[in-house]
Design a protein. Sequence first.
Length: 459
Amino acid sequence: MTSFLGHFHPLFVHLPIGILVVGLLFKAISLKSENPIYEAILPAVLLASFVSSVFSAGSGYLLSLSGGYEKDLLGYHQWAGIALTVLTGVLYFLVTKNKIKSLQNVFWIVSAGLLGITGHLGGSLTHGENFLSFSEEKYQKPVIVNLPEAKVYTEIIEPIFAEKCWSCHSAKKQKGGLRMDGKAFITKGGEDGAAFLAHQAAKSRIILRAQLNEKDEEHMPPAGKPQLTEKEIKLIAWWINEGADFNKKVKELKATAEIKSILANLSTPSISQAEPDVPKENIDAADEKVIALIKNEGVAIVPVAINSNYLLVNFNGRKVKETVWENLKKIGDNVVWLKAKNLTVGNGNLEVIQSMKNLCQLDLSGSDIKNEDLSKLAELKNLRVLNLNYTNVSLQGLEALKNLKSLRSIYLFSSKISKTDWPKLKAMFPKTQLDSGNYQVPTFEKDTLILKKEDLVSE
Ligand code: HEC
């Protein structure tokens, strides 16, 4: 209930503002005009202003309880608002009793000033402190295309600072005297000195403050603001411990297995975060008998989710019999993920894959697929993830896939893409994440889980 009433604050505040502005206007006119009407109407206007101010102060207080506002700013806004309310009340009293005329005029002027201040602070609270500035440059978060070549500071660390720290530590504001939007500023530190000590994350203020309990006054970012994740803190600490260099690339820094896995996820967020790779509308179940026949040949074949008729098929890196392909063809529409690692292309098996019109994820890593075969995949309109790690495909072959609109990621580690081809490939697939790997090949967490269960059952 309180928060419900609090939400009316933005509505209420405009009343006293409007009424007081009218009062100020009449007051100004009354100084020049002979007409007594302007003077006479002032008590009524002041009373209306006072009453509506009380309402907006009350609703404002309730709104502030919901949190999420910056403490300092909120405090100033609140006290300015209360002062303004009291002032209009006193002014109403003086005007109706016709007392201390000279003081009345001072109060009118002060109320105008307070109105401006309260309003501006309120605007800053809701719209951010620079809501009146027009020249705001938007920070563009870089997209990591080739992880080992990515600049650690500009492509990994700075985006974190930009998102979680710059609102208070950049050109606009330097809380604690600290700016974090540039090498020179971060290196300079804040009022208390250095923000980080190269090679010593554990002694660096950035890390120390992030690790404090969120309730602690010194915790960064302050409570109620978007917080750093565990992984982000680890990445920043890694960067500091590796020397806090502003130019080095990922491949130039030593990384533990844990950091490598965090990094790998940075460049392939699509696997875990994007919509699941299953078509929205369900489909009729595939023939159980056919599924059983396929299973009998040692192929894992399971629903991608509970209550889903879509299937994940995994050859587990083994060569499968031709009958498996014949049976797969019968239930092709149900297959959405196909893991055909180490596939030997031939006997029409690519044609079977080609007919799987709902296929979303295809793993052909380590297969002997050739450039000229890739055109067969160009019909897979739902394909989102294509793993071609350890294959002989190159730029020429991949061109055939450039019209696949839903392709999100192509894995190309240890393929025949040369260094000079990468920029061309990027131009060819502007919206697709191209992964040259060098770190672990992402496994799709979900299916390893299902497969483990499956393994238990069959053993
Ligand atoms: C909502 C505003 C806000 C955000 C966002 C914010 N800070 Fe702060 N920060 C402050 C304020 C206010 C101070 C000064 C008060 C204090 O020392 O606690 C401060 C002080 C600091 C200091 C100490 C500076 C000195 O030398 O006194 C460091 C270090 C710091 N912040 C790091 C960060 C980091 C890192 C982030 C992002 C992960 C961050 N802050 C995000 C408000 C913020």
